[in-house]
Design a protein around this ligand. Structure first.
Ligand code: GN1
Ligand code: MG
Length: 362
């Protein structure tokens, strides 16, 4: 592996000398490695999962375009500060944004942001507030980028109706055992789908502006400095055209969940109201000049829709015998789905308080 990664690293326009690598295991889809070099900069080398991303070249181009845009916004900062506030990608020696190996896999390289931390779970309310600022700031700074220029690498990524069709399809082919085991989750999907379609409807009726969205704003994709200040969003694989609700709801899904995403102990799963309030305050502070009243109206509902989508996707993959997400054990997708649906339930219980806070916050 060492040799292979060294060979691939050398395909990029970096003069740094490869020393060793470490696998970064946080993602569910791609393979990501930290490349340590003999120089002061280290790098993140990523191999895209070709089964999920059919057009790896376009995906990497999307990431480059957004990073370039953000770098221009930070032009007043020093070079080293810019490298901490936005992912900086390195072109390959052939002049492409990516390197494609002989097996057809797409690779990309970015500068590793040192002296930074990520969290799997929110440690305190200050981090929740900073996370709100990080996502709000990303959306504000990209609001003048023409989102239609981005390739929709995963079309309908957050479409509830499309995800529901995929679930129905999976149900047709699922094994009897898995269907029996997932009966409660299947019932939950069917009985909740109608109310989860409101965001799809608003998008279809063009009530909400389409903007650049990150589409994977879970807490582990937000980088913080060691003194707890938000630095930037990482993992821009899914930057596409979307509505801000995808990023707002998806961030809250992980930031306010009192348990890990795959925790199966339902008594540990709850919705942290304090983190929700702090997150929302930071988010709206950054977006106050560019958010529309209609966008505001749909924020609260997105808090239940995003965990519903994830629960549905994990369940679909469970019914499909785990072909999409990386899993560590047999019931992994089942547990993830159960976790997300329990969270939806907890959010519903607190919905009027959530809604009232958003109304009063602006
Ligand atoms: C996947 O691979 P990762 O962890 O960045 C998924 C997201 C889900 C997330 C759940 C392309 O992201 O949509 O929210 O898992 N990404 C893709 O943790 O499907
Ligand atoms: Mg991702």
């Amino acid at each position: 592996m060492n040799h292979k990664l060294e060979r691939i690293f050398k395909q990029f326009q970096s003069v740094a000398e490869f020393v060793s690598f470490e696998e970064l295991n946080a993602g569910h889809i791609n393979d990501t490695f930290l490349i340590k070099t003999a120089q002061s900069s280290n790098y993140v080398l990523q191999k895209l999962n070709g089964a999920v991303f059919k057009d790896g070249g376009k995906l990497i181009e999307n990431k480059f375009l957004i990073s370039k845009h953000l770098q221009r916004k930070f032009a007043q900062l020093s070079f080293s500060e810019i490298q901490r506030r936005v992912l900086c990608f390195v072109a390959s020696k052939s002049g492409n944004f990516f390197y494609q190996d002989i097996e057809g896999n797409y690779w990309n390289l970015s500068v590793f942001i040192a002296d930074s931390v990520t969290y799997e779970k929110t440690p305190n309310s200050e981090i929740a507030y900073e996370a709100g600022k990080a996502t709000g700031n990303f959306l504000a700074l990209t609001s003048d980028f023409n989102a239609a220029k981005l390739t929709p690498v995963l079309p309908d990524f957050h479409s509830v109706s499309k995800r529901f069709l995929q679930f129905k399809e999976a149900l047709k082919n699922a094994s009897k055992e898995r269907k029996e085991q997932a009966k409660e989750l299947i019932d939950f999907s069917n009985s909740n789908i109608a109310e989860m379609l409101v965001l799809d409807d608003a998008i279809r009726l063009k009530k909400l502006p389409l903007r650049v969205t990150h589409n994977d704003t879970k807490i582990s994709n937000i980088l913080f400095s060691k003194n707890n200040k938000a630095l930037c969003l990482i993992d821009t694989d899914t930057v596409m055209e979307g509505v801000i609700h995808f990023d707002y709801g998806d961030a809250i899904r992980t930031i306010c969940n009192t348990s890990d995403e795959d925790c199966s102990k339902t008594h540990q799963i709850g919705f942290n109201m304090d983190y929700f309030k702090r997150y929302t305050t930071g988010f709206l502070q950054e977006l106050k000049d560019s958010i529309t009243s209609e966008e505001l109206q749909y924020l609260s509902v997105s808090i239940q829709i995003m965990p519903f989508i994830m629960g549905l996707r994990f369940l679909t993959d469970f019914l499909n015998n785990d072909v999409y997400y990386k899993t560590n054990y047999e019931q992994h997708n089942f547990d993830r789905s159960k976790n997300q649906y329990t969270l939806v339930q907890k959010i519903k219980e607190k919905y009027s308080e959530i809604d009232a806070f958003i109304e009063s916050a602006f």
